[in-house]
Ligand binder design. Sequence first.
Ligand code: FEO
Length: 394
Amino acid sequence: MVAREIVRGVFWVGALDFDRRLFDELIPLPEGTSYNAYLVRGSTKTALIDTVDPKYEEELIVNLLKLGIEQIDYIIINHAEQDHAGSLPMVLEMYPMAKVVTNEKCRDLLVALLQIPAEAVQVVKDGDSISLGDRTLKFFLTPWTHWPETQITFLVEDRILFPCDLFGFHTATTELFVTNEADAYRSAKRYYAEIMMPFRNSIKGYVQKVRELNPVMIAPSHGPINKNPKFILDAYADWVSDDVKNVVVLPYVSMHGSTQKMVDQLTDALIRRGVNVKPFNLTKTDIGELAYALVDAATVVVGTPTVLFGPHPQVVYATYLANVLKPKVRFASVIGSFGWGGKSVETIVKMLDHVKVEVLEPVVIKGAPDEAAVVALNRLADDIARKHKEIGIL
Ligand code: FEO
């Protein structure tokens, strides 16, 4: 990788990870990712903002050496997760005079996760700033823009925001800046779904706070830099709002075809009523696409066969994940089939304790769907359409 100048004296010094396909051993990364670190040169001091995943620590150091950086005064750590802070021990080894600058919670995590000595850290509070001479870095605490210790850094004179995970997205590209907003929108929405959605209510306030800062550029720690902050701020404002769309997300598994027939029947019935449907066969789907669909869907219907006495384990996994991602979905139901009994509905509904949903009467049948099942699925489609009308989205 090569260091690149963003504006005079401010450089991207990060790493591109074209091959990474899984993040946190959980999130699929179809486009790879990047770990963006930034170097800011002031007239008297130099600061590094975040580091890179330890796998790329040598690249970061080479970038700094190639820029001729002999001294770093401050290393700003916005977030303690290893993809941004993991090279801190190496950077401190190379630049032992540098002071690590972060908030108290982040300091404690750096000590716990990376064995950074607490005395190497200069603790900042919300609204504090440090001077680099002709440039100023100002810090705002933004807990739960992934972890509880997260903060954002604003380069005051140049009005560049460094929000770490917030407003970024996973892609490895040699384009330094966002060039195609339609592509960026899709990637950023998927990233929001996977990383930020559980913290929707906190992020509402941060979007407003960032608008007030009026940045000319948003330089996150994943993905290209955004020169049109309004684009990503407007997108976030929509995603974190309470507005939902006329969409039913339908994650399901079918072992012998009965649940598949019910999914097809319900899908047709919803289409006939003007409701959009996104079915996801969980044995084939990318879980990130399911998360993406959940960002603004009004309703989720879980389809499951019965394995022994409960839902299929892949349905349990997807339901668990959907629950912890806390989408703003308003209505939920269950459809499926059993051979000799079971408690699929109870198990699934119980798992949805983080989402405030109204549960619509499920349709769970014995064996293959018959005429009575078709009537019941049409009734469920009616219920969903009526609910969508009541909240003004149909
Ligand atoms: Fe990109 Fe929460 O780390």
